[in-house]
Design a binder for this molecule. Structure first.
Ligand SMILES: [Zn+2]
Length: 277
């Protein structure tokens, strides 16, 4: 076990050369520096210092803005200091996200969620999945304006990428496939429960089987094709209630971008669904 631990530490300390990265957040530091929180496919969340980034336009010309897709070179930390961002080449600035409140709001939500929950300086295949999810969301938002349906499905996909996917098909207590037309979803237990396992004193959420099937499809579809998915009216309200309550219970974070996103999607005609009773 010790050998594996050493190997992992060695990889974390090795320089990152020409790896793709997304800018999750930046924080001004001192007179001229910038602390940059990046998401990478090989090491998850990496925090690095960009020296003189605010003074010298030559070193990082426009490349350290939120959402930017970059190729970076990072020097590992020395004596406990922060790793240094040596170079950042801009691959895509996702300009459409900056001109539209709904696109901006949903992109901010995803970046904030990942900047809080993506594993830091880790290694493993899940890092790749998280990075590809984030990139796919930004690319989809670059091409289409989100509505409440896309918001619900992006939130579900985020949970899936972070390894917190709700169980939508088989009873979380006995493993049997649940049957419709109306099924129970138990937030604390993390998924659907069948009638046999449902207890009288519980108050699970109710949803139609069709809603759960649509959510399962939403996990498989390319994000750019989510508009093909039939999820509206009562189904959308049920899906929204399941995903929102699951997330509040299992993630337990108050995200600053969430309130903004609610306001924007409601005021832009995609009247937010009211959660099912
Ligand atoms: Zn059961």
């Amino acid at each position: 076990m010790a050998a594996i631990g050493n190997r992992t530490r060695d990889r974390v300390r090795a320089p990152l050369d020409d790896v793709p990265a997304l800018v999750l957040r930046t924080v001004e530091f001192g007179e001229a520096d910038l602390i940059v929180h990046l998401l990478t496919p090989t090491r998850g969340r990496v925090t690095a210092m960009a020296k003189h980034a605010r003074k010298s336009v030559r070193r990082f010309p426009g490349s350290l803005d939120l959402f930017n897709h970059l190729e970076v070179k990072i020097h590992p930390r020395r004596r406990g200091g922060m790793p240094l961002l040596d170079r950042a080449r801009l691959l895509s600035p996702f300009l459409a996200l900056r001109d539209d409140a709904a696109r901006y709001g949903l992109a901010c939500y995803v970046m904030e969620l990942l900047s809080r929950l993506a594993p830091e300086e880790g290694v493993g295949p899940e890092m790749r999945g998280i990075f590809h999810f984030a990139l796919e969301v930004l690319e989809a938002l670059e091409h289409s304006r989100p509505d409440e349906r896309m918001r619900v499905l992006v939130e579900l996909r985020a949970l899936d990428a972070l390894g917190m996917r709700p169980e939508l098909r088989n009873c979380v207590r006995c493993g049997r496939e649940v049957e419709g037309p109306s099924v129970h979803f138990h937030v604390a237990d993390g998924g659907v429960i069948c009638r046999r396992c449902s207890r009288d004193e519980e108050l699970p959420l109710r949803a139609h089987l069709g809603t759960l099937r649509a959510l399962e499809q939403g996990l498989r579809f390319p994000l750019a094709e989510l508009s093909r998915l039939a999820l509206s009216g009562q189904s959308l309200a049920e899906a929204h209630a399941i995903v929102a309550r699951f997330q509040r219970y299992h993630v337990g974070l108050e995200l600053r971008s969430e309130r903004f996103l609610n306001q924007i999607l409601r005021s832009s005609g995609g009247a937010g669904p009211t959660p099912a009773a």
